[in-house]
Design a protein around this ligand. Structure first.
Ligand code: FE2
Length: 238
């Protein structure tokens, strides 16, 4: 089972479409079983951008999961991609009988950071349904990324989220986000956690007070699930 995770597309000017086209062209060569988009799809003209993006992604003919990021417009996203009629744009997308993609909307209106508190009950109920193994997607990172200047824009209430995910760690194969435009891997609540590279411009690496930009090309994560084991691949399309 191949799940392609695109993140932080930031549709804006022509350059963002050019980067997205490279990703879409590559996706065509691997034919994923599902596509997940972990937020920050478009910077403005949201409805128009979402309609164009949906048309391109739907062409793959596979299940599509979309969660909003801080630059997105939740209601425009709801109108184009569907989802619950009101409230957070949480969603569950089955991939065959053996996997489900859970989209968690942790965005906070008008804020760059996220907050898991409003969606914890929903997630706990979903994880308790006895459904197949799950991959959870959200926008803001729910873990300490170690890059001090970015910790203030994380997903808040990480400990409470960790308790909910931790109770279901036999069911949750992994949790993955976007937001920082740099691929990262760690653990969260005892499950593998990742942050996808951006389709849009790359983010700066900041560690121990050292700062270095990288000029990374557009990229994505390819989550491969086989015999119940998750292996996540970084693909850079330089
Ligand atoms: Fe973001």
């Amino acid at each position: 089972m191949i799940i392609a995770q695109l993140s932080d597309i930031h549709i804006d000017e022509d350059a963002s479409w050019a980067r997205l086209e490279r990703v879409l062209a590559w996706l065509g060569t691997i034919s994923p079983d599902a596509i997940a988009v972990s937020g920050d799809l478009a910077n403005h003209s949201h409805r128009t951008a979402y309609e164009a993006l949906k048309e391109r992604l739907s062409a793959f003919g596979v299940p599509l999961l979309v969660v909003p990021g801080n630059v997105d417009n939740r209601n425009a996203m709801r109108a184009v991609f569907g989802g619950p009629a009101e409230g957070p744009l949480n969603n569950v997308v089955p991939v065959g009988d053996t996997l489900r993609l859970i989209g968690l909307d942790v965005t906070v209106d008008g804020a760059v950071h996220g907050d898991a508190a409003p969606v914890l009950d929903w997630l706990e109920a979903e994880l308790g349904t006895g459904g197949p193994p799950a991959l959870i997607f959200l926008h803001q990172h729910p873990f300490n990324c170690g890059m001090d200047e970015y910790e203030t824009i994380d997903c808040r209430n990480q400990e409470a989220l960790s308790l909910v995910v931790g109770k279901a760690r036999d069911t949750v194969l992994g949790i993955s986000c976007g937001h920082l435009h740099r691929p990262m891997f760690t653990r969260f609540a005892g499950v593998p956690a990742s942050l996808a590279p951006a389709v849009g411009k790359p983010g700066t690496l900041v560690v121990d007070g050292k700062k270095a930009s990288s000029g990374d090309p557009p990229g994505l994560l390819v989550h491969h699930v086989k015999d119940g084991i998750l292996v996540s691949h970084v693909v850079s399309l330089g």
